[in-house]
Design a protein. Sequence first.
Length: 195
Amino acid sequence: MTTLSATYQSLVHNHNNQVTTTSKIVADTFGKMHKHVLAKIDQIIAETPVEFNEPNFRPIEMSVKVGFGMRSERAFEITKDGFMLLVMGFTGKKAMALKIEFINAFNWMYEQLQSARTTSEQRTPLRQACDRLAVNNMLISDAYKMVSEYYGVEGIDQIPVDKLPEAVAYVYEVALKLKSTSTLSEAVRLNTNHW
């Protein structure tokens, strides 16, 4: 990992394939008190349509160290659009440099997410394996869903390239077990025990 990517990863993160930062990170990076950033977000939420603020400012709880213990503190997970609106009023040379750094971090993380997706050509063997399952009285969409859930991703295009051969083997093993069992759930249960 380069110093640049480490810096970017300290500013933004991937949450369910959406690039976000937090109100706490914004406050700490810009040298603001978190309660003031929260007040600004509350103001934005009050002044913008719910269709804008709900997807861009997601309320979360953060654990904050206090003395020897921890306490829960209100915070927000913020998308790039929410971030842009939030920091519009932050002025000065340092603030401008930090805004640019955040924008670069958001863009970098988006690129990382896009490059992690496999191409249609790379997925051909996996699609063929899923087609084989579909022949055995299973919908193709159910086969894709089963494989996606097994790998903890939203779609088969998000399975890492290096895991594709393993995913193909998984599907063929389920297909073989499906031939010898009466239900898909039984085949998946048997296969889960194997992996």
